[in-house]
Design a protein around this ligand. Structure first.
Ligand code: TGC
Ligand code: FAD
Length: 391
């Protein structure tokens, strides 16, 4: 069992810009991760298993629906608190943050925003406590970056819809109780449907052999003539903008989450560099190692400021999708680069499960791909500033 010695870097006194509530929420999540996630996560990642026993703890720290109103079981917090919770969870492991992101932004958010009152009352309180776990099915075998081409479809069969198709690479799928599934109707319009485990013809085989996000369960969603009750269609928004609206919320959380992974790698490398003696001196006294560490803290600080400003804009309802893309792209790439550099600071020890760095590094290879790839987010910025779509 690994001892978690993490000390959070705050080079620009960003804590001074946070409210007391932000700090309380952040510290509760930080303490929980230290006590509950850090001691076990390496073992679960090595076993390629999601630690289900942490679900109730995630709910208790407000990670399931941080910004969903308390009337529906959410924590009723602002967007900066949501970001800080994601940062702390991903400091522990990106896969655990994935579970929280999917539950909050890809399952609770669409039910709250696009659902009717009956759907909100039926699902949100149970999702907030972790009694129900959800997943989000957008990606298909033939349609990843371009979900508008999706082939999953449903037909009106009088008293129900008949759903057919398949989704791939779906986080939480193997154990999810419900799935928010995006599918086309007979006119080719995209709608969201709530599909429940146990519906005949619905199966969720697990995807094995991952070298990344090993502590997160990933799977397929297969729909073979699944009868979905009509009341399970999300009525208040349709078209590709509906799933993309959910992604905005999740991508925002990832922009914060990636900072957590980067902080953990930096903190580990700094401590190791101060302790590891080579050529009669700590390697921290060597210029090449200082360059690595100094660049890491510079990039973390820039990412913190980017995320905080984006959080302020989100709180004011002013953040654009393109601004969110920029932050997701920058902060994840920053974290991955730091993980790679930090691993080198530890030499051979960097590849060992005794330290968290290699796990973060491998996890971030998924984070840089999911929720829109690094390239797609660049093209979103490109389209936004030039007015020309280059997809
Ligand atoms: P395009 O013509 O640009 O847009 C279609 C409609 O959608 C609107 N829209 C958005 N609405 C809300 N938020 C956004 N971010 C939006 N972006 C676009 C747009 O205004 C338009 O509306 P309307 O009313 O005019 O129809 O669509 P396109 O087909 O050209 O595609 C654009 C593109 C490439 C940016 C988009 O498809 C995209 O983002 N692709 C990446 C796919 C992706 O991110 N998949 C993620 C799957 S979920 C996942 O990975 C979960 S990982 C688990 C975890 O989170 O931990
Ligand atoms: P592709 O779209 O095939 O892209 C391949 C490459 O081509 C990429 O480098 C991409 O940037 C590039 N490319 C694509 N289009 C262009 C273009 N126009 N111009 C230039 N380059 C381009 N999806 C869900 O729906 N729900 C989930 O819960 C979920 N969880 C995931 C969990 C994990 C661990 C992983 C790895 C993925 C998950 N995904 C999920 C899927 C993820 O969103 C997709 O993998 C991602 O959107 C990219 O799609 P793709 O893998 O099909 O790559």
């Amino acid at each position: 069992m690994r001892t978690d010695l993490f000390e959070a870097p705050d080079y620009y006194n960003i804590d001074d810009l946070l409210s007391n509530e932000h700090k309380l929420v952040r510290n509760a999540a930080r303490t929980w991760v230290k006590r509950t996630v850090s001691p076990i996560i390496e073992t679960y990642a090595q076993r390629a298993e999601f630690p289900k026993q942490i679900l109730s703890g995630l709910a208790e720290i407000g990670a399931f629906g941080p910004y969903i109103p308390t009337a529906y079981g959410g924590a009723g917090l602002d967007q900066i608190s949501y970001g800080l919770i994601m940062q702390e969870i991903e400091r522990g492991d990106s896969g655990v943050r994935s579970t929280a992101s999917v539950q909050s932004s890809l399952v609770m958010y669409p039910i709250y925003t696009y659902g009717n009152e009956a759907q909100r009352k039926k699902y949100l309180p149970k999702l907030a406590t972790g009694e129900f776990i959800g997943c989000f099915g957008l990606t298909e075998p033939n349609h990843g970056s371009n979900p508008s081409g999706m082939e999953t479809k449903f037909k009106d069969h009088g008293d129900h819809y008949l759903l057919n198709g398949a989704k791939l690479w779906i986080s939480n799928a193997p154990f999810a109780d419900i799935a928010i599934v995006w599918a086309k109707n007979e006119e080719g319009r995209i709608h969201g449907l709530i599909v429940e485990r146990g519906m005949e013809g619905f199966s969720t085989p697990e995807t094995h052999n991952k070298w990344s996000l090993r502590a997160s369960a990933t799977g397929e969603l297969i729909f073979d003539n699944v009868k979905v009750p009509k009341e399970n269609l999300l009525p208040n928004k349709n078209g590709l903008g509906a799933p993309l609206g959910c992604l905005d919320s999740a991508r925002y959380g990832i922009a914060w989450g990636a900072i957590g992974a980067a902080m953990d790698c930096y903190d580990t490398a700094l401590r190791y560099a101060k302790e590891r003696i080579q050529f009669n001196k700590p390697i921290a006294a060597k210029q090449l190692q200082q360059k690595k560490l100094a660049e890491m803290i510079t990039e973390i600080t820039k990412a913190q400021l980017l995320a905080l400003r984006l959080g302020q804009l989100k709180n004011e309802g002013k953040a654009t999708s393109a601004q969110i893309s920029m932050a997701k792209r920058n902060n994840v790439a920053m974290a991955l680069k730091i993980a790679r550099e930090a691993r080198q600071v530890l030499g051979a020890m960097g590849i060992s499960g005794e330290y968290s760095i290699m796990r973060h590094m491998m996890n971030l290879e998924s984070v840089i791909t999911y929720e829109g790839t690094h390239d797609i987010h660049l093209l979103i910025t490109g389209a936004d500033i030039t007015g020309h779509s280059a997809f």
